[in-house]
Design a protein around this ligand. Structure first.
Ligand SMILES: Nc1ncnc2c1ncn2[C@@H]1O[C@H](COP(=O)(O)OP(=O)(O)OP(=O)(O)O)[C@@H](O)[C@H]1O
Length: 443
């Protein structure tokens, strides 16, 4: 019986510095540690009340387990596999929603029977789910969460990471976050902009040069590899490096040594390598522009960064965050029609383009609201379907509170979709999880 072991397990929980709970086979919270209570106990939920609740109610406000709410449920996976599970979730806390790396381990009896689950919640500091943070990554869409989960797995190891994504998707920000979350986080993070590096400068920039190595080399110059010693070397736009320089890079990565220009002694390099590109490297390899051996060396752990089009539901959050971070943007907001225009826009330049658009909007929005006319012309198209127009005409005859309107609308739609939440969420352009939350509010 698990109840016979509670005091022994409570001592175990108290020894864990991160928020931890013991959960019964039917999702009830059996015990919590101090770190957990300090986050989840609020004015409207005492430690005693917490013990009668389910993990999904406390963490998500759901009335059913996560897997029935369109999310991966670590407890269910644990039940199925009998193994420890890790899943990235968005949790409700009195501080607002936060990304949490949930680790669940079965607690077994002497005969090997699962009696409960030990849940440890690792707070994800690399990314925020709301607009408060002054810097760093923000996002909450499933595509962003998938990327974040991979990032968390790669960060603590020294594995070479290859960031793949269109321009402006945040590759440099992700590289920085990977570095910060690694054991090398307190050591230097050095970026090499490979696309802007002339062939003639490649070696001296990367490896440094000795005094008198060439005309104009008046003193010894430290290279970027030496500057990154002990930390992370981030090679941005690695697909742009010409073939002759690729050989030199490969030698550096394979041997861990290099020679400065004009130097005779090999020097030892110690860095973690992160590369990024918007190019299709396997294609470049096929066409003979990129060395296959270098490609395999740098791509041990590829991470795809979603384009803004793949994470459209993050647009309001990104816009709010960027406005707060831009000079003069703290008191400016995005009007709802302007937001609808941006939701419909393709964003080839991704988040950087969004930031530039908002920067321009701030200067034009005299009354503190960026309206459609403050957007560049090519973003001003906001298509409403005839159906939506007719619907709106009917609705404005009788003003309904927005909550009620959403309630009627979603209930009708769900009926029309024969209860198929996945299909309805796809048509509404929101995640199944968001739809679930909205529907949960109705019941
Ligand atoms: N998830 C995010 N949250 C907040 N800001 C972001 C996010 N992703 C990107 N940005 C912002 O978008 C801009 C572009 O990001 P970044 O320079 O990292 O993109 P990139 O993919 O490296 O671009 P390029 O390939 O052109 O070098 C920066 O201002 C960055 O701060």
């Amino acid at each position: 019986m698990i109840s016979d072991r509670l005091s022994e397990l409570q001592a175990l929980l108290d020894a864990i510095p991160e928020p931890a709970t013991l959960i019964s086979l039917d999702y009830r919270i059996l015990a919590t540690n101090r770190a957990y209570r300090s986050i989840y106990v609020s004015e409207d939920c005492s430690p005693q009340q917490l013990l009668q609740k389910t993990c999904y109610a406390v963490s998500h406000g759901y009335d059913r387990p996560c897997d029935l709410a369109g999310e991966a449920c670590p407890l269910r996976r644990c039940q199925e596999t009998g193994q420890r599970q890790r899943v990235l979730h968005l949790h409700q806390t009195p501080r607002g929603e936060e990304h949490v790396d949930v680790e669940l381990t079965p607690v077994c009896s002497a005969s090997g029977e699962t009696q409960a689950y030990l849940e440890i919640l690792h707070r994800v500091r690399e990314a925020a789910a709301s607009a408060g943070a002054d810097e760093g990554l923000v996002g909450r869409s499933p595509a962003f969460q998938q990327m974040l989960a991979l990032m968390r797995r790669a960060a603590p190891s020294d594995i070479s990471v290859l960031l793949l994504g269109e321009t402006g998707t945040g590759k440099e920000l992700v590289a920085r976050a990977l570095h910060d979350a690694s054991a090398r986080g307190r050591k230097p993070f050095v970026t090499v902009e490979c696309s802007g590096l002339p062939e003639t400068l490649f070696e001296s920039e990367l490896f440094g040069h000795e005094k008198g190595a060439f005309t104009g080399a008046v003193g010894r110059k430290k290279g970027l590899v030496e500057a990154a010693h002990g930390g992370t070397l981030f090679l941005d736009e690695i697909g742009e490096i010409p073939l002759p320089q690729q050989v030199k890079l490969l030698r550096l990565i394979e041997t861990g040594t290099y020679r400065s220009v004009g130097g005779t002694e090999p020097q030892h390099a110690s860095f973690r390598l992160i590369c990024a590109t918007h190019r299709d490297l396997p294609d470049l390899v096929k066409e003979g522009y990129f060395r296959a051996d270098l490609y395999y060396r740098i791509s041990a752990f590829p991470i795809h960064l979603p384009s803004l089009a793949e994470r459209r539901e993050d647009l309001p959050l990104l816009a709010e965050t960027l406005l707060r971070r831009l000079p003069g943007g703290e008191t400016v907001r995005l009007g709802s029609t302007a937001l609808a225009c941006l939701q419909a826009y393709a964003f080839p330049g991704n988040i950087r383009e969004l930031r530039n658009l908002l920067e321009r909007g701030i200067l034009l929005a005299d009354e503190g609201v960026i309206e459609v006319e403050h957007l560049p012309q090519h973003c001003q198209i906001h298509e409403t379907t005839p159906d939506a127009g007719q619907l709106l005409n009917q609705v404005v005859k009788q003003v309904l509170p927005l909550d009620q309107l959403e309630q009627h609308y979603l209930t009708r739609l769900l009926h029309a979709f024969d209860g198929d939440r996945r299909a309805l969420a796809a048509r509404l352009g929101i995640s199944e999880r968001t739809l679930y939350r909205k529907l949960a509010r109705l019941s």
